[in-house]
Design a binder for this molecule. Sequence first.
Ligand SMILES: *Cc1c(COP(=O)(O)O)cnc(C)c1O
Length: 409
Amino acid sequence: MTTFAEDIRAAGSAEFIALDEQWSTHNYHPLPVVIAEGEGAWVTDVDGRRYLDFLSGYSALNFGHRHPALVEAAVAQLGRATLTSRAFHHDQLGPFCRELAELTGTDVVLPMNTGAEAVESAVKLARKWAYRVKGVPANTAEIIVAGSNFHGRTTTIVSFSDDETARADFGPFTPGFVAVEYGDAAALAAAITDRTAAVLLEPVQGEAGVVVPPDGYLAEVRRLCDDAGVLMIADEIQSGLARTGTLLALDHERVRADLYTLGKALGGGIVPVSAVVGTREVLGLLKPGEHGSTFGGNPLACAVGRAVVRLLATGEFQQRSAALGAHLHDRLAGLVGDGVSAVRGRGLWAGVDIAPGGPTGKQASLALAERGVLCKETHGTTLRIAPPLVITQEELDRGIDAIAEVLAH
Ligand SMILES: *Cc1c(COP(=O)(O)O)cnc(C)c1O
């Protein structure tokens, strides 16, 4: 029997779910959890139930919900100036770009808002570089991408996705992209031509199920790009900013890209902030009028981005992700054969394949939500785990215990 209080609380959630269903488009299929508040690794729903956040907004919440230093920076900037457009200078843009470039060891920053915009910007930059620097004939540049990639949702980006759900009915598609199998350096080498402008890759494929490429692959991609005079673009929107235990996932192989796309955690879970960072040779090609965004590089975004950079500069989150990630992967490896068929990942980030005969990913996510742990499935039978990097080992264990319980069969 449920108590009256429980009934009221259930009604609270149901009302908001019904509103979403009636008034918002159905382009997502969320779990029936209606979040009202978040703090650190925890969220509370409108009915007062608490959940451990094991998804972190797909790494947009690497520093947890409402990290005090980030909220403080945002609130301080709200009291100063929030938007100027790029028609004028303001006192947060230069400092943000300098600090982000110094953190990432790059020369120049192009600030944008969403991840997809950063990827679009990188595509434009690579094409311009191909025509102006490499000498590729006009309008023939090609960009090599990987199978099973995820780079966002714009029409150009879905043009080079192989996810039929993301593409169907959205053509005609943008030409100029060639896909090769992820992790296969020979296939990549064979796809490079005189017209190749760039190779665009996720150093770890998140959406595909947290797929880590074979050792040495990314270094080999770098070598192939150098030999052929091709740009290497690393989409670190999800893998970057401490998620894998290093600032950038490419750091694991000591590889440097020409351009990096950053996003998600760059906005501290507060505002959308993305950027392309990289060499002056490429980013320096943009001239006034050729690219822009009304909100890109706005004062509030830059102030929050600066606070994010300050957190990352301490190295604390990289260390936490590496140490807690080792613990996470130790424990998850112990589940293989007990409801789990395989585990992949790096740092505090894992794809857990549910063994045949077990619950579907959706059923497992629901069972976990019931036990107070929020995560999400991908491709039907893989759970994607990315707890906030502020999580404690005790909280992490609690979530892993729930996963073990739900998947054991
Ligand atoms: C999320 C993501 C994007 C798109 O970012 P949005 O902010 O949703 O547009 C692009 N690339 C990767 C690797 C991502 O994970």
